[in-house]
Design a protein around this ligand. Structure first.
Ligand SMILES: O=P(O)(O)OC[C@H]1O[C@H](O)[C@H](O)[C@@H](O)[C@@H]1O
Length: 561
């Protein structure tokens, strides 16, 4: 049965007709228990979705949709190591990377598959030894200097996760080590990092699942040339290590297999932060903290796998995305972490959510008849308030917002954190309530004539200069902008692990509901293919033929006269 013809979908479509004309402030006025009814707590996390435009009836129908989509069975299939990434014929077992129990976890089902846990633990132990060697100065550069700078060369999933997490966990950074991230093919990225470091004290990590990605390979080659020019070719072995599933390609690049950290094809690139792709993070925060990060992820796995759907955090977030996207018609979602340390979370989640579920064909090969992943964007609060919040409040578009805040700050200065929380909560309140014309006019009247006595708004208005009252329409806020607030007790490796696993499972749950393979990414291939065709034309090695006039014009404009 197609999703849109299920009874739950049809009911939700009907409920959406009514929901469009219901205002959140009225829902709050009608129900003093709304926060209790629509909030969840799990191991210190508080998920408040009472400011979403939902009712008990809507949530029940969304849960019915989860039942129809066989959510529990899909979770069981993922855990059993079935090849649920069906277009690539691969299992999806990134949860094994953070599993700390004693059961086997098998690739392609326990009866036939291979237990991946010994391999996982072996690589973690190798990472631990390596981190210890770097931190203790046992591993030194070719000239005997201690390593001070680590440069991770990778892109996409081999960059965004460790970069975001290293940034988020600045409070845990080890002294004496600075980790840099180079991803862009634009030489400006590598050159500016190389300008800051000393080759004798630098270690490059070449991170690539496939070890064929053009951006990463070009940066790796240029870094090797730079290092060899400074220290000689023989020094490369002491200054380059690799993380990959493709160990033959690592060896072909000239990196000793002893210095390669393996992961496996059952780890999707955008889910690989928990694997050896997390090596630069482990070097930043230390292996004990990295293991705490894994433990936080494992705790969220245990919750996702066992909690009933009605109090399951990832399932709830997924159902709210479905409601906003497929029934209220939202095209985007804003992620607004009120934590500077989480400033890279929006760009990390852009890959996780949009590369996973920005799809048009379902698991049966049919074009979907409904919208899939919304466009995710965002910025750390309060910075965003001074940039784009004007549009959120008065731009006339439906933009569901997701606020993230910390009860305890990770860095403290007197007077900062309470103000930050006040701004965060005030924004979701303002987006929900809005301000009517009557309220705006009354406010203006009060501002000019602070002690009005009787007979309401008309008397105020008469007492106020009309020029001032003309501003009232500009001060109207429609409100009814839905939002969720996720409160974390604090930010540390464990809670960050919980947070990232929460989003991963939300993405998986959405894929189940939309009937998508969330683990492939065919949509990134076409551009790469065309770039290979254009390269010889831009370099002038072949004639620029067979191009549309725009592309031909751009190629011609780059040729020197
Ligand atoms: O790790 P790599 O094999 O170098 O891949 C890096 C990135 O390449 C592509 O852009 C894929 O779409 C991403 O999912 C992947 O993370």
């Amino acid at each position: 049965m197609s999703l849109t013809t299920t009874p739950a979908w049809i009911t939700l479509a009907r409920l959406a007709e009514t929901a469009r004309s219901v205002h959140l402030r009225d829902l709050f006025a009608a129900d003093a228990e709304r926060f209790t009814r629509f909030s969840l707590r799990e191991e210190g996390f508080l998920l408040d979705y009472s400011k979403q435009r939902v009712t008990t009836e809507i949530m029940a129908s969304l849960h019915a949709l989860w039942q129809i989509a066989d959510g529990a069975q899909w979770i069981a299939r993922m855990r059993a190591g079935d090849a649920i990434n069906h277009t690539e014929g691969r299992a999806v077992l990134h949860t094994a990377l953070r599993y700390n129990g004693s059961e086997p976890i098998c690739d392609a089902g326990c009866n036939t598959g291979h237990d991946v846990m010994p391999d996982v633990r072996g690589v973690l132990d190798k990472m631990a030894r390596f981190c210890n060697d770097i931190h203790q100065g046992h591993w030194r550069g070719a000239t005997g200097e201690r390593i001070r700078d680590v440069i991770n060369i990778g892109i996409g999933g081999s960059d965004l996760g460790p970069k975001m997490a290293s940034r988020a966990l600045a409070a845990q950074h080890m002294p004496g080590i600075t980790v840099h991230y180079v991803s862009n093919l634009d030489a400006a990225h590598l050159v500016t990092v190389l300008a800051k470091i000393d080759p004798a004290r630098s270690l490059f990590i070449i991170a690539s699942k496939t070890f064929t990605t053009q951006e990463t390979m070009q940066n790796a080659i240029s870094a090797r040339v730079w290092l060899a020019a400074a220290l000689g070719e023989a020094a490369v072995a002491r200054h380059f290590v690799a993380v990959s599933t493709n160990l033959p390609a690592v060896a072909a690049f000239g990196i000793d297999p002893a210095n390669a950290f393996e992961f496996w094809d059952w780890v999707g690139g955008r889910f690989s932060l928990w694997s050896a792709i997390g090596l630069p993070l482990a070097l930043s925060i230390g292996m004990d903290n990295f293991r705490q990060f894994l433990a936080g992820g494992a705790a969220m796995d245990a919750h996702f796998f066992s909690a009933p759907a009605e109090c399951n955090l990832p399932v709830t977030l997924a159902l709210l995305d479905i409601w906003n996207t497929n029934f209220l018609g939202a095209e985007t979602r804003a992620l607004l972490p009120y934590s500077q340390s989480l400033e890279l979370l929006p760009s990390y989640l852009q890959q996780l959510e949009m590369e996973s579920n920005g799809k048009q064909v379902d698991r049966d090969g049919k074009t979907v008849a409904y919208a899939t992943a919304p466009i995710l964007w965002g910025e750390a609060g309060t910075n965003g308030q001074h940039a784009f919040y004007q549009l959120l409040h008065q731009g006339g578009r439906l933009v569901p917002c997701e606020f993230i805040a910390l009860v305890e700050p990770d860095f403290t200065l007197p007077g900062h954190h309470t103000k930050l929380l006040a701004h965060c909560f005030a924004q979701s309140e303002a987006l929900m309530r809005g301000k009517t014309l009557v309220e705006a006019t009354a406010e203006l009247a009060t501002a000019v004539s602070p002690a009005p006595t009787s007979d309401g708004l008309k008397t105020f208005a008469a007492a106020v200069p009309s020029a001032s009252l003309q501003l009232a329409p500009y001060k109207v806020f429609p409100g009814n902008q839905p939002s969720t607030t996720l409160l974390l007790p604090r930010l540390n490796p464990y809670t960050l692990g919980q947070l990232i696993a929460l989003y991963e499972h939300k993405v998986f749950s959405l894929g189940v509901l939309w009937n998508l393979d969330s683990f492939d990414q065919w949509g990134v291939e076409y551009g790469k293919q065309l770039a290979s065709r254009l390269l010889p034309m831009i370099e002038g090695r072949t004639a620029a033929t067979g191009l549309d006039s725009s592309t031909a014009g751009l190629v011609a404009a780059c040729h020197k006269p």
